[in-house]
Design a binder for this molecule. Sequence first.
Ligand code: FAD
Length: 479
Amino acid sequence: MQDPRSFFASTTNEIIIPTSTTDIHSVITRWSDERLQQPAIIVIPSTREDIIAAIQYARQKNLTILAGAGGHKVVPVNDKTLYLDLRKFKKIEVNREKATVEIGGAVTNLELMTELLKDGFYTTYANSGAVSMAGLVLGGGFCGALSSIHGLAIDNVVAFEGVTASGEVIKVDQSASDPKHKALFDILCGAGYGLLVITSHSMKIHKLSALNLDDTDKLWVRKYTFPGKVIGEVVDFFQKLLPVKPKLMPLILCVRAPPNAPFPGAPVIILSITYYGPSSEASKIVDPIVASTDIEKFAIASETTLAPFTSIFDGSKMIDAHGGFKAQHMSRAHSFSTSTIVSAFNRWKQLGEEVPDARAFSVFLVWGYNPTATIENGLVNDKRPFIGRDRSMFGNAITWYNKPESKAAVEKYATDISEILQQDDSRQGYPGATLPNNFRDNSKVHLGYTDDMLVDIRRVHAVWNPDSLFYNVLEDSGT
Ligand SMILES: Cc1cc2nc3c(=O)[nH]c(=O)nc-3n(C[C@H](O)[C@H](O)[C@H](O)COP(=O)(O)OP(=O)(O)OC[C@H]3O[C@@H](n4cnc5c(N)ncnc54)[C@H](O)[C@@H]3O)c2cc1C
């Protein structure tokens, strides 16, 4: 069997063969160290032909191909992995007439936003600029208040182009006449990991001017900071902002005070309310609610600013850092009662007390949005697998620790807080739900898709990735 260097010599692939002394972080860019080991080989293609060569090599060597773009998902990399680093697929091509953009397989949210804003456009973005657009849409793509205007990221996708596991270059779009291609398109929108190496995909774009923002690009942001002891009062106020008006994004973020704060490590609650429209509208919605309560009296600090559109990624900058064992544990619900949010907050606080290694950066968030557009899009895009389009509430425990021995306690916390956050829906007979974008293995698949969806998803995977050459989360038991 050929050695890798001579195998790839006739291609434009770069290859890296890590050894036991290679620092994994210097060769793979990755958000979390969970499930991260040395791969058999890293292949960095420049062209589709390079990708086809990588597929042939992986077949010869019995390796699993894992495509990598933003590196923000917890997916397994080990000595059976051919890590296909798509970093060179950075095309961004705007079509103003059709109001679409073609996005290379590794383009990040921030790169796309920066480019689109030059033409006065935007699309549906994650809350992290470092996440790739391809990775975002493959698991659905919830986009905060932008989803209250344009639905999910998958609702805005019009076509995918890429290389199949059999080495065929294909393009599939929403109006594909071949039922096999149409089914592939639909499943790529929401359950698409491991079906295609996406070299580019196209999305709808929207005019920023239509949002009617102050100074053309400024979002209205009200921010209050509270000590942890007033969690009940903060949640009572938050509930008054529900059901959330379109374009509004109220969010509770629970963090630990930084080392230079008067009480380092103390629980702090940041309540932010962002409005994706003119400040006059925002004030009309928020100010009367504030005036009808005592909320300002409990705040340590408060400010109202006009923040540039690009600031939507600022909130997650701290959590974007690479390294450490990190994961997201998200619960999507119809409602959270005040006592549920307070119980979840107390469980988060307890984690910091019991596991000092996880205290500084494990954060807990709760937010709501208006799901009308997401629900309406679902009536049209009914084959794109995404459950619970009517669930307007999100709770997310982001865990971050550094010592392997903290794992058991952190996992217990993740289970507990997820159960707490699902208890109100569960009492009303609703099953739990999460975001497929946060799957770490197949243990939560039933929280991302219905049984009927899973039948369709598995059928499409059996056609396009029959021998699991591409890493497939549905087959990943996490062991
Ligand atoms: C801080 C943070 C914030 C986030 N915010 C949001 C959010 O607001 N909304 C939301 O819905 N999700 C969010 N996510 C989840 C995120 O969208 C997913 O984890 C996404 O899959 C990450 O994509 P990536 O390319 O960055 O990661 P990677 O680990 O590089 O890729 C993730 C998966 O997608 C596959 N993949 C990526 N690119 C390609 C491609 N071109 N072709 C084929 N397969 C590909 C990979 O093989 C892998 O299975 C967030 C995650 C983090 C860590």
